[in-house]
Design a protein around this ligand. Structure first.
Ligand code: AHG
Ligand code: MN
Ligand code: MN
Length: 356
């Protein structure tokens, strides 16, 4: 039907179909309070900042976040179920595995397998590298699925620590030692989860550090700690006092000086929890070499490197007493290192003591 053939009433139909619009204005009344930025939205809107920005790393972080929610749920009901206590086996380091160590390892490894972005996993709970058989996987993950195992059965904060690397050999070829034994400075992302009074996921992709708190009723992580910066100095020093009879004199002198300066000792025994507190409040965490652990206790690949990357991104420092942690060339999967991490001035101050 042509324009000329339209009767008057036909025009009126067209007229009433014209819509009016108005620009959206966010409601600022108490009813319209802001719920915040979800992890998903944060990842999406910061996609361009991610190394390689192909979307795979974003998906990998989402996979980890999902496993985190499952593990968090299991942990929060640990005392009610059949999931506390020893599993009945020891890991490669001769440590007794707890059931939650094993459960967390299963959950994270499964999430990393299903996602398809990861080709290999190094875990505290597995002697060898796990080849996930993902032909297209470009990433390698090193993980401490459950950190602070000695605190599981007593309702004290525990955590998860992870490092993400790009594989260096061609995608689809067999995994090689150089894919998994990379220096910490090669990490493309790293993070930790703290299962504390709330569950928090803190991570970096090399553009600062951001923290997300899990909102249980919505089942979502929300940005709660934007652009975390470690205070340059602080009052807290964290060390297991029980090991001090067998540490180097430099450490003992440093501890004496901390006490004389009226500083405060805080030590939980879960690295993630001790690190997180000091990151926010200002402080130093120390696990030096001892007679029992002459190369230190903290594992380079899946404990020290991730936290070192995060602390540097937040303006702090991490060393083994002499070298920057991120510059250490790893030689084996479960390698240990003396570990000093936290506020930049405190770590620099410690490094000036002789005998480390
Ligand atoms: P994990 O539970 O993963 O084996 O790690 C335990 C680590 C770390 O979380 C903590 O800082 C340290 O061991 C505690 O060691 P001590 O009990 O010797 O203080
Ligand atoms: Mn640990
Ligand atoms: Mn562990």
């Amino acid at each position: 039907m042509g324009y000329r053939e339209l009767a008057f009433w036909d025009f009126s139909v067209y007229w009433f179909k014209v819509m009016k619009t108005k620009p959206y204005k966010q409601d600022t009344s108490p009813l319209g309070y802001a719920v915040g930025v979800t992890l998903d939205r944060f990842i999406k809107s910061n996609q361009a900042d991610f190394p390689y920005a192909t979307g795979e790393l974003s998906q990998l972080l989402r996979d980890i976040a999902l496993a985190t929610k499952i593990v968090s749920r299991e942990i929060s009901r640990a005392g009610l179920g059949q999931i506390t206590g020893a599993f009945g086996q020891t890991n490669v380091q001769g440590e007794e595995q707890q059931k939650l160590d094993v459960m967390a390892n299963i959950r994270f490894t499964r999430a990393l397998t299903k996602g398809g972005e990861v080709c290999a996993v190094v875990s505290e709970e597995d002697d060898e590298v796990i080849d996930l058989q993902n032909k297209t996987g470009k990433y390698v993950v090193a993980i401490d699925p459950l950190d602070g195992s000695s605190n599981i059965d007593v309702n004290v904060s525990i955590g998860t620590i992870f490092s993400i690397y790009r594989r260096v050999t061609p995608v689809g070829s067999p995994i090689q030692p150089e894919d998994v034994l990379q220096k910490g400075s090669e990490q493309v992302a790293a993070g930790y989860v703290l299962y504390g009074s709330s569950t928090m996921l803190v991570f970096t992709t090399g553009k600062g550090v951001n923290g997300f708190t899990h909102e249980q009723s919505l089942g979502e992580f929300f940005l709660s700690h934007k652009d975390i910066m470690a205070p340059a100095t602080g009052q807290i020093y964290s060390i297991n006092d029980g090991i001090t009879p067998s540490v180097d004199k430099g450490i003992l002198d440093y501890l004496t000086d901390c006490k004389q300066k009226g500083r405060t000792a805080r030590y939980i025994g879960s690295l993630v929890a001790d690190f997180h507190r000091n990151l926010l409040k200002g402080g130093i965490y120390m696990y030096p070499a001892t007679v029992a652990n002459p190369r230190g206790k903290i594992r380079l690949l899946y404990e020290a490197n991730a936290l070192a990357f995060i602390v540097e991104q937040a303006g702090g420092q991490a060393t083994d007493g002499r070298n920057r942690i991120l510059d250490i060339e790893p030689l084996s999967l479960h390698q240990r290192t003396p570990f000093f991490i936290g506020s930049s001035e405190l770590v620099a101050e410690l490094s000036s003591y002789s005998g480390l």
